[in-house]
Write a protein that binds this ligand. Structure first.
Ligand code: NAD
Ligand code: TDX
Length: 339
């Protein structure tokens, strides 16, 4: 069996590559990634030593390159992680989100149709459901919750989901979609909340909390997300959407305080900065469908996963210090300089 994984040099895609190489040691994993600012070949260093793994640098919008690759590899399964993934960047510059997240997904599905893949899995997000009010803790996102987006990022992901469902209905492309809550774990790019706060705290720099920090996210350890996608590939029903989340809601401010405590840094580093435009208040997934149908449950408790993650960033300073030493500095200045 050959799996084509797009975006495998990014955070979740790379964790998925490692999961698949370990869980399916006789299968072939081909990774295609454009290596944008968010993609790092060093993340795949160990995978590159495995004869069942191949890396190809290409843009999912490049129909010719993708067609050539399908001709060479004839993948049975495609898992589409490749995306522009950072909400703040989508607010700054939406165009590239529309290109990669919508048009790139369309190219991947067109070529998948031509080559008759057995499964096209679209990795989506809980952000397509918009947000929930803080004063209604009884409400959760189910697969039936209407699509209702807030940012250019979530709108581009929702567009891709709608297109995927249309390709299923119109062309019988064997599509599945997963919508996961916020991931954390090794190899997350330090523009995202948890690694950014770890990196800043270690440098005794201000910890920029948007607004009051009362926004709630539903955190899932990345390995649990990877296992859920694997299960959907093996046992999920074509044409279905599966929500993935572990009922682990946390306020941003509490996450940042927890990081301060774990690193023995003072909470006085916390700086409240101007809020994100259109900032979603609360995400919360109801995972009853994937639990009931496929038997999936998260395995890592947040208390353990966050300690492991902090330890990983302490043990792998070279990986993230290299990233934040380059173009990231310009990004940081633009995003936080006058905030
Ligand atoms: P990431 O930004 O860390 O990685 C994205 C990867 O895609 C990078 O390696 C990048 O080089 C690659 N890429 C970008 N544009 C490309 C293009 N045009 N062609 C080929 N490769 C391209 O993202 P992530 O956090 O790992 O997210 C992966 C997927 O999971 C995304 O689709 C995202 O929407 C979804 N998701 C993320 C989260 C989360 O908490 N991070 C939660 C739910 C869903
Ligand atoms: O410096 C910061 N300060 C801050 O208060 C950053 C980077 C974030 N935040 C807040 C904004 C959010 O409420 O923390 C929360 C988490 O922010 P992000 O890490 O940017 O994630 P989020 O916007 O929730 O989106 C993430 O989860 C869903 C991923 O980036 C998406 O790709 C995924 O679809």
């Amino acid at each position: 069996m050959t799996y084509l994984v797009t975006g495998g040099a990014g955070f979740i895609g790379a964790n998925f590559v490692y999961h698949m190489l370990a869980a399916h040691p006789t299968d072939r994993i081909v990774c295609v990634d454009k290596l944008t600012y968010a993609g790092n070949l060093s993340t795949l260093e160990e995978a590159l030593k495995n004869p069942n793994f191949r890396f190809v640098k290409a843009d999912i919008c490049d129909r010719e390159a993708i067609t050539k690759l399908f001709g060479e590899e004839r993948p049975e399964v495609v898992v589409n992680f490749a995306a522009e993934s950072h909400v703040d960047r989508s607010i700054e510059n939406p165009g590239v989100f529309l290109e990669t997240n919508i048009l790139g997904t369309a190219v991947m599905m067109d070529v998948s149709r031509i080559f008759g893949v057995e499964r096209f899995h679209q990795v989506s997000t809980d952000e397509v459901y918009g947000d929930l009010p803080l004063d209604r803790p009884d409400l959760f996102f189910t697969e039936e919750t209407p699509i209702h987006t807030s940012s250019p990022y979530s709108s581009s992901k929702a567009s891709a989901d709608l297109l995927a469902m249309a390709y299923h209905r119109t062309y019988s492309l064997p599509v599945t979609i997963s919508r996961c809550s916020n991931n954390y774990g090794p190899y997350q790019f330090p523009e995202k909340l948890i690694p950014l706060m770890i990196a800043n705290a270690l440098a005794d720099k201000p910890l920029p909390v948007y607004g009051e920090g009362l926004n709630v996210r539903d955190w899932l350890y990345v390995e649990d997300h990877c296992k859920a996608i694997d299960l959907i590939l093996q046992k999920g029903r074509v044409g279905e959407v599966y929500n993935i989340g572990g009922h682990n809601e946390m306020k941003n401010i509490d996450i940042v305080k927890l990081i301060c405590k774990a690193l023995d840094k003072p909470e006085s580093l916390i700086t409240h900065v101007t809020d994100r435009k259109g900032h979603d208040m609360r995400y919360a997934i109801d995972p009853a469908k994937i639990h009931g149908e496929l038997g999936w449950l998260p395995e890592t408790m947040f208390a353990d996963g966050i300690q492991e993650t902090i330890q990983w960033y302490l043990n792998n300073r070279k990986w993230w210090e290299e990233i934040i030493s380059g173009e990231y500095q310009n990004y940081y200045q633009r995003m936080y300089g006058n905030r």
